[in-house]
Design a protein around this ligand. Structure first.
Ligand code: NDP
Length: 476
């Protein structure tokens, strides 16, 4: 095992470029959806910045891919429309040096070949694969001499339950120390989500009212129009609860509810995240009362016919997979006790919400005669595109005893990096600040396990909803 060194020291000495002049980003699962649709475009945003790292991109998978096909695939994902003829130098370097090595990722000799292809660069092994395969590859790496500075990066879900996540971490720690492990979460690196830190801790307006004394409820909702889109192999074994809530939405919840870290560095920051997740449970410890699940049937989404989930290729009816999950959680800290917090995510939803909604309490006392119909103040932070907004009651222009609504809105600041560009900046600079620590990965499974058990036992009904609708009729 390599000697421990603080990530910041490694960053200072290596500047994210590895000791021999760069990193080799070795991606397992390079024939998959994530690689093409998110990871490589994200890398593109990083390569267009002034601090573009020197990186060699090496893809691997069992699929046969010719050199030409590989270069075409990488350039199609990496280049923007106006860059086809002239590329920024860092992108050119990647396109020139990128390689695909076909092979079985669970074979130690194939793993050695991949490390050889790194050619002395710091290897960053990025696992964009189903969790069961990840476990096998990590096992096979025990038979391989890993360079001391190797970095391991894992896509969610990390493990398939709390026990397997803890066991996987133990196997991973036999290879590299925790500070060289990145459990990535591209919701944590969304600029809107990271912006919560400024809104909460740098704001004299919101910071002082960020508690149950002033907040009535919180909702974290990420619905999407996307249906299965050919991803049955992964999704049908996961479902909305595991795919979205166990990872992304619980991480967002942690940023909303955590106490203030003294320092924005990995230990202090992630300690606060772990503390609040330790205090988080399914409301009332009662999945029957606090959770709902649904599955889309045939319908129309944005003018396109979508088959019912059970009719999609590769879906097994017996898996009983939900495509819409809603859970209510309780955070048992002095700050949050008593505040209902709702997490929801669904597929094939028409006009989907993707936001954090914080509703403030209406004051117990107002002026006699003013605003009997006082509305709550509401803060909305988008989880993807769109404006943030703050709704406040205001005296009506026409009638001074009536209350009207003032809405202030505007786009949160956006940066050069997209969420995966920011994930890769963390991984390639070996800065784990916004990656998920071992204890948090396990805790997020523990939080949802009572729900998984109740759903598997059929204690919560599976409600149908037509694709393109807002969810089951019975929920409204
Ligand atoms: P895919 O289902 O597309 O699988 C990725 C690749 O894994 C496949 O192309 C296949 O490559 C390889 N693979 C599949 N099964 C096996 C196996 N049994 N043994 C060896 N290799 C296998 O997954 P995605 O790309 O969609 O996702 C990858 C990971 O990223 C998942 O863990 C997912 O949760 C996560 N993720 C995905 C997102 C997305 O939008 N796609 C978003 C966020 C996270 P080959 O056959 O060539 O070996």
């Amino acid at each position: 095992m390599a000697a421990e060194q603080h990530p910041r020291e490694r960053r200072d000495s290596a500047q994210g470029t590895g000791q021999d002049g760069g990193t080799a980003l070795i991606v397992f699962g390079a024939s998959g959806d994530l690689f093409e649709r998110l990871l490589v475009p994200g890398l593109g945003t990083l390569l267009r910045t002034e601090s573009a790292p020197s990186v060699r991109l090496i893809g691997t998978g069992r699929s046969e891919v010719s050199d030409d096909e590989w270069r075409d695939k990488v350039s199609a994902s990496l280049l923007a429309d106006d860059e086809q003829d002239a590329h920024p130098a860092a992108i050119d370097d990647v396109l020139r040096s990128t390689r695909y090595l076909q092979g079985d990722p669970t074979e130690p000799q194939h793993l050695r070949d991949l490390l050889d292809a790194a050619d002395g660069r710091t290897p960053v092994l990025y696992f964009a694969l189903p969790p069961a395969v990840v476990d096998d590859i990590v096992g096979a790496l025990e038979d391989v001499d890993l360079p001391a500075d190797t970095v391991l990066a894992f896509e969610k879900p990390f493990g398939t339950d709390a026990r397997s996540a803890a066991a996987l971490t133990e196997k991973v720690h036999a290879l590299v120390p925790e500070d060289r492990v990145h459990r990535t979460d591209h919701f944590l690196t969304r600029s809107q989500v990271r912006g919560l830190l400024g809104l909460r801790f740098a704001s004299g307006l919101l910071g002082p009212v960020w508690s149950s004394e002033h907040i009535n409820s919180v909702e974290i909702v990420y619905d999407e129009t996307l249906a299965l889109e050919g991803r049955a192999q992964y999704y049908d074994g996961a479902g909305a609860l595991v795919d979205m809530i166990q990872s992304h939405l619980l991480q967002v919840l942690a940023l909303i509810t955590m106490e203030r870290p003294d320092l924005l560095e990995p230990t202090a920051f992630r300690d606060r995240i772990s503390e609040v997740l330790a205090a988080t449970t399914i409301a009332g410890d009662d999945p029957q009362a606090s959770t709902r699940r649904g599955r889309y049937v045939a319908g129309e989404v944005e003018g396109k016919q979508v088959p019912g989930y059970l009719e999609e290729d590769g879906v097994e009816k017996d898996n009983d997979t939900e495509t819409l999950a809603v859970i209510q959680v309780a955070v048992d800290t002095d700050r949050w006790r008593g505040v209902p917090i709702l997490l929801r995510s669904g597929k094939a939803i028409g006009d989907p919400r993707q936001e954090i909604r914080v509703e403030f309490r209406v004051p117990e006392q107002t002026i006699d005669g003013l605003g009997e119909q006082t509305a709550p103040s509401v803060l909305r932070i988008p989880l993807k595109d769109g404006d943030a907004s703050l709704e406040l009651p205001i005296t009506s222009a026409d009638n001074p005893v009536r209350v009207a609504k003032l809405e202030m809105s505007g786009p949160p600041p956006s940066g050069q990096l997209d969420p995966y560009g920011a994930v890769l900046a963390g991984v390639l600079n070996d800065d784990p600040l916004f990656s998920v620590r071992e204890d948090a990965a396990v805790r997020c499974w523990e939080i949802i396990e009572p729900v998984l058990r109740a759903w598997q036992a059929g204690e919560v009904p599976m409600d149908d909803y037509p694709a393109g609708s807002a969810g089951p009729d019975s929920w409204t």
